[in-house]
Design a protein around this ligand. Structure first.
Ligand SMILES: [Fe+2]
Length: 147
């Protein structure tokens, strides 16, 4: 059901957002200023364009939105990170999480179309675009310099 998928998407986006904020606060290394800023922008993109919108779509579909840390942890497809990895591992982890989010939203797009919820499908398409852009940036950060 689309509303169940939206709950998972809300929880997964929230857990990802918290992880990005954790890394924004704690990243270290010679590229600290760029990393700190990049992670701030990534956090803001999710926060401004995904969280509240997904929760309110749950309500539009007459379902309650999960809104607790416990429920988010239960529902999320993104794993929480309690440690502080070194910078390269942070970006690898975010890259892999972001791929999971792209897949999740793509599967939901099909469900939204099947349930004839065009407005929700449009929102989902915007999330696929946003995470596609995040994939590009994270991949570029991880690319090794040519010798
Ligand atoms: Fe900050």
């Amino acid at each position: 059901m689309l509303s169940d998928s939206l709950k998972i998407a809300l929880a997964s986006s929230y857990v990802f957002q918290i992880k990005v904020q954790n890394f924004h606060w704690n990243v270290e290394g010679p590229n600290f200023p760029q990393y700190h800023k990049f992670l701030d922008d990534l956090y803001a993109e999710i926060n401004e364009n995904a969280i509240d919108q997904t929760a309110e779509l749950c309500r539009q579909l007459d379902s309650y939105a999960p809104g607790s840390i416990t429920r988010f942890a239960e529902l999320s497809i993104v794993q929480d990170q309690v440690k502080i990895p070194r910078a390269e591992l942070m970006f690898e982890e975010l890259y892999n999480d972001n791929l999971k989010l792209v897949d999740m939203w793509k599967q939901m797009f099909t469900i939204a179309e099947q349930e004839n919820e065009q407005g929700v499908a449009d929102f989902i398409a915007s999330r696929i675009d946003a995470h596609g852009k995040h994939s590009w940036m994270l991949r570029s950060i991880l690319k090794k310099e040519r010798a």
